[in-house]
Design a protein around this ligand. Structure first.
Ligand SMILES: [Fe+2]
Length: 437
């Protein structure tokens, strides 16, 4: 009997500890989103620069809508929605929830004003805090809060990439942050390789920590021997590709990629100030490019063409993940190029990073892999509307790994799968080379 009581007490303690940590992370995440919007005016928050990007005001509302729709309306019988119209206005893509305002027209929502959206956030934050006080031992509820926190972190990254795109189109070339952090003069790091024997290895997430459903189930997969570059491809290396006619040689490109190059007139990565310029637009406005920093804002097509020009290839996502699993345990904690560092731009490898393991695996730029975004064997999405989160996008997209300079550290892990269409390049996306061994 005593043993049973001890077990019950221990399990109650675990639930209380998880609840306490979750409440703290909920408030911290909500606060971080507000700090990211702080440098922006109401006008900045209103405008939508292209169909793929959303106004900051919409991001602020939609992340709040997520908690209201999937948690408060389901678990709090006394909850009164802030405004019934928001259910449709700020629904992104959940068909099971009901109607949606068209994505390309989010920038037309001049009403509700930003002040109302800010009040909406406070309304939902208070209701969430009260709900967690009352029903904090409900595992389903806590699991959804965890998804809501991670969902908001994804939108934090989108706020920054969407704002960067918006500001880049303004002829005044305004900056999001006024002063770039001081950085030591970077130097070239020679390209070396880490060898992996391959074999039958594990891929995917297991264990009790949070992950998205697309990271599961963990399963065996076969890797042939391969090598992975010790660092990301740099601006200088990419400039060599351009100088060698990279954007003018169809033999280097996938057919769809070449169509895109010719249709859009691409001749540099996005945000470069022309082929001959040494400057590029950043969240600090127009800045001189660091030749040793990772190339960024390239599409899958460009990453693939560069790899072909270099007589190498992109890593498969299982190869990347297997290499990430071999990193020392502290690698993620020690990664400096993430949102918490406030760098807001990828940086060159630091000289002290030299080790037997590849560097820059977490942070700096998302790394394109050659893997199509697909379901793992025996994958099944969650039941209900929340099941629309990932599974229905498993078509015509490629997987990116590792996070970027604006990814929150607590958001990323070795098994994390990001995905974008092959032509997308407004995210902080770059590449690392791989080769068969
Ligand atoms: Fe969303």
């Amino acid at each position: 009997m005593e043993g049973v009581l001890t077990k019950l007490a221990t399990s109650a303690h675990i639930v209380r500890t998880r609840l306490h940590a979750l409440i703290q992370r909920f408030h911290a995440t909500r606060h971080t989103t507000l700090t990211l919007a702080e440098p922006l005016s109401a006008e900045d928050c209103q405008v939508q620069s292209m169909p793929d990007a959303s106004p900051v005001k919409w991001h602020l509302a939609h992340t709040t809508w997520f908690f209201e729709t999937f948690i408060l309306c389901r678990f709090d019988t006394h909850y009164v929605p802030f405004d019934d119209a928001y259910r449709m206005l700020f629904n992104s893509y959940y068909n099971a929830i009901g109607d949606k305002h068209p994505r390309p027209q989010r920038g037309l929502l001049s009403r509700p004003p930003l002040t109302d959206v800010m009040r909406y956030r406070v309304h939902v934050d208070h209701a969430m805090a009260a709900l967690l006080e009352r029903h904090g031992n409900d595992k389903t509820l806590l699991d959804l809060v965890e998804i809501g926190i991670n969902h908001e972190q994804q939108h934090q990254e989108l706020i920054l990439t969407d704002v960067k795109h918006l500001l880049s189109l303004n002829p005044l070339r305004p900056s999001y942050r006024s002063t770039p952090p001081a950085s030591a003069a970077s130097c070239a790091t020679p390209l070396t390789w880490t060898h992996y024997d391959g074999g039958i290895v594990r891929q995917g997430h297991s264990g009790i920590d949070f992950c998205f459903d697309n990271e599961t189930p963990a399963h065996d997969t076969l890797l042939l021997p391969y090598d992975l570059a010790n660092r990301l491809v740099t601006q200088k290396e990419y400039a060599d590709f351009i100088a060698d006619g990279g954007y003018r040689r169809p033999e280097l490109w996938l057919s769809l990629g070449w169509d895109k190059v010719t249709a859009e007139g691409w001749n540099t990565p996005m945000y470069w100030d022309g082929e001959m310029s040494s400057h590029a637009f950043t969240l600090f406005g127009m800045q001189e490019r660091d030749p040793h920093a990772p190339v960024t804002h390239i599409s899958y097509f460009e990453a693939d063409a560069y790899a072909r020009w270099a007589h190498m290839r992109l890593p498969r996502e299982a190869e990347w993940e297997w290499a990430a699993r071999q990193l020392p345990e502290a690698a993620l904690d020690l990664a400096t190029g993430m949102l918490e560092s406030n760098g807001f731009h990828p940086r060159a490898v630091s000289p002290e990073a030299a080790s037997s393991h590849p560097s820059q695996m977490f942070g700096e730029v998302w790394e394109w892999t050659s893997s199509a975004y697909d379901a793992y064997p025996r994958y099944s999405p969650a039941v209900g509307a929340i099941g629309e989160y990932n599974g229905k996008f498993m078509c015509n997209q490629f997987v990116l790994r590792g996070g970027s300079c604006i990814t929150p550290r607590s958001h990323i892990r070795a098994t994390y799968r990001n995905f974008f269409p092959p032509e997308a390049r407004w995210q902080f996306s770059g590449l690392r080379l791989a080769r068969d061994a």
